[in-house]
Ligand binder design. Structure first.
Ligand SMILES: NC(=O)c1ccc[n+]([C@@H]2O[C@H](COP(=O)([O-])OP(=O)(O)OC[C@H]3O[C@@H](n4cnc5c(N)ncnc54)[C@H](O)[C@@H]3O)[C@@H](O)[C@H]2O)c1
Length: 341
């Protein structure tokens, strides 16, 4: 069923009563090329919550791809089923069939709750899928590695902007979330001489980071108030809210998590607090840049070179914010919108 949504090119609610399959494909904008954005599999409280997540994520992909110089638009797929709800291969093949009907207007890939094996199942019914076994992004988890690398470079850019020196040597970075990206980010930072304070709800990962990187550890509730140069959110979105902003004791917020600002106005609040915010979709674009290289037949070296542009893009965002008096978040939005004109 196609749903009408102002500002979106297409929103499709897919349903198979027999199997209980429910999914949404949201295509925000294809001005620059086919809509590119991963497939999320999550248990939502209700259909409305899933639809609004798909819409927000699809729009985010439009902005991320545009500001990263990729010739792709923004889209997202969301499967409203918990990964633990029985076998999932049938659901994924079904989603693949719907994606195939869109004839290349939307290309999917991995996202929260989905794996390379899931992408392989989608591949059985459509070719419009990335991150399948053996692909550039999937081998050695290059997508997560390059996301972490981009965040590391983004932290250097932010340090340069605030302190005039980009080196992380001796700087304290508080990392929230030690998953695929957060853990790799810690490795880049540790090897360059940063002091780490880390947290995760998974204690095993915290212990591993303490052992491998000599990181100090702290509880998930206390990470926000840690005195540090950089706070790097690498877990959940929506964490930069009124309560947490009042507790931050850092000069920079720069991390991998998507949709960090609880509301757009929090970008301004950070500016007023004198905290430099590296807009999430600019600094965490490493993964989608790898996907862009994969789709154009590039290799890992080319992908890494492209990820290195994140440093310069962020510098432009910081400069534009200073000149215009906007928050860095608003300045990034304006830059992306200029590309889309
Ligand atoms: N994987 C990528 O390439 C990529 C690309 C762009 C953006 N991102 C974003 O970066 C973030 C991390 O992605 P990932 O792939 O590392 O995910 P992941 O699921 O591998 O890791 C997330 C980690 O955060 C931890 N966590 C969850 N809630 C927490 C809390 N309240 N406090 C502390 N830790 C908590 C989890 O235990 C887990 O270890 C997500 O927001 C994701 O959307 C990821």
């Amino acid at each position: 069923m196609e749903m009408w949504q102002p500002d979106y090119e297409g929103v499709f609610f897919l349903q198979d009563r027999a199997s209980g399959f429910k999914a949404i494909i949201a295509i925000d904008n294809t001005r620059l090329g086919p809509a590119l954005g991963g497939c999320r599999m999550w248990q939502y409280d209700n259909d409305e919550a899933a639809i609004s997540d798909a819409l927000r994520l699809a729009k985010g992909m439009t902005y991320k791809n545009a500001i990263s110089g990729l010739r792709y638009g923004g889209g997202k797929a969301v499967i409203l089923s918990h990964p633990k709800q029985g076998p999932r291969d049938g659901l994924l093949r079904m989603l693949g069939r719907y994606i195939d009907r869109l004839q290349g207007h939307y290309i999917t890939g991995m996202d929260l709750g989905t794996t390379v094996a899931d992408m392989d199942h989608i591949r059985e019914t459509t070719s419009y899928v990335t991150d399948v076994s053996g692909s550039l992004g999937a081998v050695n988890d290059l997508t997560a590695t390059m996301t972490a690398y981009g965040v590391y470079l983004g932290i250097r850019a932010a340090l340069k902007r605030v302190f005039g020196m980009e080196s992380v040597l001796g700087r304290t970075v508080a990392v929230q979330g030690l998953g695929k990206v957060g853990f790799r980010l810690c490795r880049y930072l540790h090897e360059a001489g940063a002091c780490l304070v880390v947290t995760d709800i998974d204690e095993a990962r915290v212990k591993l980071a303490a052992m491998e990187f000599g990181a100090a550890t702290i509880t998930p509730q206390a990470i926000f108030a840690v005195p540090c140069d950089v706070f790097a959110p690498c877990a959940l979105g929506g964490i930069l809210n009124d309560d947490i902003l009042s507790r931050l004791d850092c000069r920079i917020v720069a991390g991998a998590a998507n949709n960090q600002l609880a509301e757009p106005r929090h970008g301004d609040e950070l500016r007023k607090l004198g905290i430099l915010y590296a807009p999430d979709y600019v600094i965490n674009a490493g993964g989608i840049i790898v996907t862009g290289s994969e789709l154009s037949g590039g290799d890992a070296a080319e992908a890494k070179r492209n990820v290195e542009n994140i440093y310069g893009t962020l510098m432009k965002v910081f400069q534009s914010a200073t000149v215009s008096g906007l928050s860095t978040a608003a300045a990034a939005d304006r830059m992306a919108e200029n590309v889309l004109k």
